[in-house]
Design a protein around this ligand. Structure first.
Ligand SMILES: Nc1nc2c(ncn2[C@@H]2O[C@H](COP(=O)(O)OP(=O)(O)OP(=O)(O)O)[C@@H](O)[C@H]2O)c(=O)[nH]1
Ligand SMILES: [Mg+2]
Length: 366
């Protein structure tokens, strides 16, 4: 009989160490973890597996119908990667419960209703089928009971699927539900690497309906795809993200670690608040010397970490942004964070981003 790893959902097998689901021996009478999950949980060693888009497409096409409720999980700190059209194209006809996870990363004093109303408005550009927006934190066990009660309210006797980008916390939310109910279940494997969950994992809600954890979708515009494995801790968001504000004149640049250079190239002296992971150092320099600063420090740690695909400053892709209206706004860099400021028509900003990384501009979240 086929047996699956309770940590990642992979079909267990004993024949190929390099394939997913490997275990030395399958024991008939117990729930089992594959070797990859075992080593990840006990030794924090992680074997990276790439999930192909076609595999993800097939899982969805073979299993999800328009009757299923979708719990769409997004990362509040990384909305630009996790809340965009790449995920909505799969769930055009489904009822969606939008769950904005990792609330603990956003400043405590920000009003939750404000965030919720912002998201309700923001999501309209992608879907009319969002029935509820819930703000959660799997780590702080925030709104876990509410999530479960909404799932029961809307499942309509069909399975409920957890969908979203990799790393948004789908499995962590399910674990939080399991713990809150004291259900004696084995916990699902979670990690800060991409593609932890590899196949569907079914958690029965009653004798007809299950909650199903899914592998996450990958978004190639996200910064995590362009940092070395050894540098992943710089992007691993564990604590509330501090607001760091700088007054800039229009000839000044800011390096975020060595990953991005933000330059204010035209406009009156203005305040810019950076929301990026706390371990990332911010380094201010003159615009004119921003390239040479990077090139003179390619081997030391003044600007760390550096993207894998940038060896010298001219390898960055330059994006020029001209502000089109007087308003408070965020420039959001996928998988890195955002910069909030009150922009004025005609102000000009230059972003140096690693090739592949995307950005967008949105009304200020905070
Ligand atoms: N700060 C914070 N981190 C969280 C929260 N929920 C999950 N995480 C972290 O986010 C990372 C990814 O969590 P997972 O639960 O594995 O994410 P996933 O969506 O299941 O990822 P895939 O299985 O790859 O699709 C882990 O490092 C978690 O500890 C949260 O509420 N707050
Ligand atoms: Mg998972």
């Amino acid at each position: 009989m086929s047996k699956y790893c309770y940590g990642c959902g992979a079909l267990l097998q004993t024949t190929n160490k390099d394939q997913i689901g490997y275990v030395p021996r399958i024991k008939d009478n117990e729930e089992m973890l594959c070797l990859r999950c075992y080593r990840s949980i006990h030794y924090h060693e992680f074997k990276k597996i790439n999930i192909e888009q076609t595999y993800f497409d097939k899982l969805i096409n073979d299993n999800i119908t328009r009757k299923n409720l979708i719990v769409l999980v997004v990362d509040l700190f990384d909305l630009s990667s996790s809340l965009n059209e790449s995920i909505f194209k799969y769930i055009k006809h489904n009822q969606i419960l939008l769950v904005a996870n990792k609330r603990d990363l956003i400043l405590k004093n920000v009003n939750n209703n404000k965030i919720r109303n912002y998201l309700k408005e923001y999501v309209k550009q992608y879907s009319d089928n969002v029935i509820e927006v819930l703000i959660t934190s799997a780590n702080k066990k925030y709104h876990i009971d509410k999530l479960l009660s909404l799932i029961f309210e809307y499942h309509n006797n069909y399975h409920v699927y957890m969908l979203g980008l990799s790393n948004v916390g789908k499995s962590s939310l399910i674990n939080a539900i399991l713990k809150s109910k004291d259900i004696n279940e084995q916990l699902i494997t979670v990690s800060n690497y991409l593609n932890t969950t590899l196949d569907m994992i079914e958690i029965p809600l009653n004798n007809k309906v299950s909650l199903i954890d899914m592998p996450g979708l990958n978004y190639l515009g996200q910064m995590i795809n362009y940092v070395k494995e050894d540098d992943l801790n710089y992007l691993d968001t564990k604590k509330e993200i501090k607001a760091r504000t700088y007054q800039l004149d229009s000839d000044q640049s800011i390096y975020i670690g060595g990953l991005v250079c933000f330059s204010y190239v035209n406009g009156e002296r203005n305040g810019f608040t950076f929301f990026v992971n706390n371990p990332l150092k911010i380094h201010r320099t003159k615009y004119d010397s921003s390239f040479s600063l990077f090139d003179n420090h390619t081997t030391d740690h003044l600007l760390s970490p550096k993207p894998i695909n940038v060896n010298q400053a001219s390898d960055f892709i330059k994006h020029t942004i001209t502000i089109k209206e007087d308003d408070k706004m965020d420039i959001v860099i996928a998988g890195l964070g955002w910069i909030t400021f009150f922009g004025f028509i005609g102000d000009e900003i230059e972003l140096l981003l690693p090739p592949g990384v995307t950005y967008n501009i949105r009304p200020a979240l905070i």
